[in-house]
Ligand binder design. Sequence first.
Ligand SMILES: Cc1cc2nc3c(=O)[nH]c(=O)nc-3n(C[C@H](O)[C@H](O)[C@H](O)COP(=O)(O)OP(=O)(O)OC[C@H]3O[C@@H](n4cnc5c(N)ncnc54)[C@H](O)[C@@H]3O)c2cc1C
Length: 307
Amino acid sequence: MLRGLLIRASESARLEHLVTTRKVSRGIALRYVAGETLEQGLDATRELVRAGRTVTLDYLGESVSAEDDARAAAKKVLEALDRIGEEGLPAGVSVKPTQMGMAFATDLCAELLGEIADTAGRVDTHLTLDMEGSDVTEATVGLVERLQSAGHRNVGCAVQTYLHRTSADVERLSRLPGGAASLRLCKGAYAEPEAIAYQKRAEVDAAYARCADYLLEHGSYPRFATHDDALIDHVRNSAARLGVDRDAFEFQMLYGVRPSLQQTLVRDGYRLRIYVPFGDQWYPYFMRRLAERPANLLFFLRSLRDT
Ligand SMILES: Cc1cc2nc3c(=O)[nH]c(=O)nc-3n(C[C@H](O)[C@H](O)[C@H](O)COP(=O)(O)OP(=O)(O)OC[C@H]3O[C@@H](n4cnc5c(N)ncnc54)[C@H](O)[C@@H]3O)c2cc1C
């Protein structure tokens, strides 16, 4: 229930104003966000790379409703890719389709993502479409198919194991005519109704384990995005059982979450990519991170009270 409340709060403009204008909440958000500028995103990237990790850069923003804003966001992602190329950083990019105008102009969204995929291809890296709420799941899966059939082989998306449809999506995206898309497997960060999504943690985790096994056997370079010890162990054991090399898949974690677990995986010789968000539109992202761990909320509320 608390999780649902926080996710709804992530859509409130009034709360956004309240939280983003307070110095203390900005400070706490920076635990999860590299900073408000691309330079800060790149600084965090270099530091993580020195510590043996690769990176996904994410220019924060979502639910864009004007063409100019979508084009401006795409420009920023292209700038990030240029810098990745110039500096030879082992980093890709992640983009939310609604940041590129998906909610009001599918063709514009496909055009901008095609341009981003082109540039990502030129700097030899990958574009992942973040998966958002279930109102855009089908459109996002469709976008991956559309981009792949236009020749962009370096495009994949996230899939959320709390959705009933996801095992079918995983199979669908692993059987594309141009080859399987590289998918990011995650549990899902939005509030979805019982009719379409598992509500119990055990069911979401069991679906995660099933999809992980399928991807290890039939997928293309699967990306396991989780901080869950049991699921990480599951992936490690399944990969060993199926004889999948450690460089044929990667784990992914969020910037600022479980750094000691991050270190352990790198030390054990696994590939680990960190999702590094930057930009001033950090409010909804931050609220979803609070929703994932009630202790984060208590810490946040206490620090607001103490100021
Ligand atoms: C790289 C990456 C990309 C993602 N992309 C998407 C996406 O495109 N779409 C989408 O819906 N979701 C995305 N997510 C979020 C994901 O769906 C989950 O909401 C989130 O990862 C928490 O689930 P978990 O697998 O870590 O397991 P959980 O069971 O939630 O967490 C396991 C443990 O990790 C720790 N932990 C987890 N989250 C936090 C946190 N925020 N702060 C502190 N500790 C925490 C806690 O100790 C917890 O006990 C992404 C996650 C990652 C890691």
